[in-house]
Write a protein that binds this ligand. Structure first.
Ligand code: PGA
Length: 256
């Protein structure tokens, strides 16, 4: 069975004090039985990774992860954070290729393939994001574009490496807009991605890769999205900043 995952992407939000308040609330609200069946990940800004992780402690069942890392190993890259640094503070996951990184920071398939390699080299699981802008979907180019993104970012990997990756399908038109993909649209794209993985890596490998949906997931729509056979969880932005709502979303993943 594929790992069920609900990851909160805090993006560039909250002061340290606010981040710790949210963390403490979540720690108290997410019940033990929920933590066992769903992997819960908080993708916090770099300066909060260690304090948030320390507040959660060893047995909270909630993991902390980064939102990006450098493609470079080390050196004169002012302002960057390497995968080796993330490893050295014990980060198990890193988001790579979020559409905001692609759009505002010019990250393309080539650089993302290098970032994927950097993360895997240090034993960090990449949460690799893909997804099409609105005009691409309106022109019916979404399947081709997402397949291309997956090829560019991941298809250089061998089976053993690919099996360490998590994918997040996040249609750009659904991110932060309140406009969620319908469960049918999500299922269709997740199935396209899985079939594409199967075409290169075989069905067995493709069947083991968790594919998360992201884009305006909230407490009201999570259950229906998570019930889709190829949707293995969510990457949640805005709604992950509110402890009660994020807890409801996590709970939606438990019963499916
Ligand atoms: P959203 O963001 O839930 O606020 O739409 C999702 C994401 O960008 O990961």
């Amino acid at each position: 069975m594929r790992q069920k995952i609900v990851a909160g992407n805090w993006k560039m939000n909250k002061t340290l004090e606010e981040a710790l308040t949210l963390t403490a609330e979540l720690k108290g609200m997410v019940a033990a039985e929920v933590k066992g069946s769903v992997r819960i990940i908080l993708c916090a800004p770099f300066p909060y990774l260690v304090p948030v992780r320390n507040l959660l402690g060893q047995d909270s069942g909630i993991l902390v992860a980064a939102q990006n890392c450098s493609e470079h190993e080390a050196g004169a890259y002012t302002g960057e954070v390497s995968a080796a640094m993330l490893k050295s503070i014990g980060m198990p996951y890193v988001i790579l290729g979020h559409s905001e990184r692609r759009q505002y920071f010019g990250e393309d398939g080539k650089v993302l393939a290098k970032k994927i390699d950097a993360a895997l080299k240090h034993g960090i699981t990449p949460i690799f994001c893909c997804g099409e802008p609105l005009e691409v979907r309106e022109n019916n180019g979404h399947e081709a574009l997402v397949k291309k993104q997956v090829e560019e970012g991941l298809f250089h990997l061998d089976n053993a490496s690919l099996e360490k990756v998590v994918i997040a399908y996040e249609p750009v038109w659904a991110i932060g807009t309140g406009k969620t993909a319908s469960s049918q649209q999500a299922q269709d794209m997740h199935s396209v991605i899985r079939k594409h993985l199967a075409s290169k890596y075989g069905q067995g490998t493709a069947d083991g890769i968790p594919i998360l949906y992201g884009g305006s997931v909230n407490a009201a729509n999570a259950k229906e999205l998570f019930a889709c056979p190829d949707v293995d969880g969510g990457l949640v932005g805005g709604a992950s900043l509110k402890s009660r709502e994020f807890t409801e979303i996590i709970k939606s993943m438990v019963d499916v």
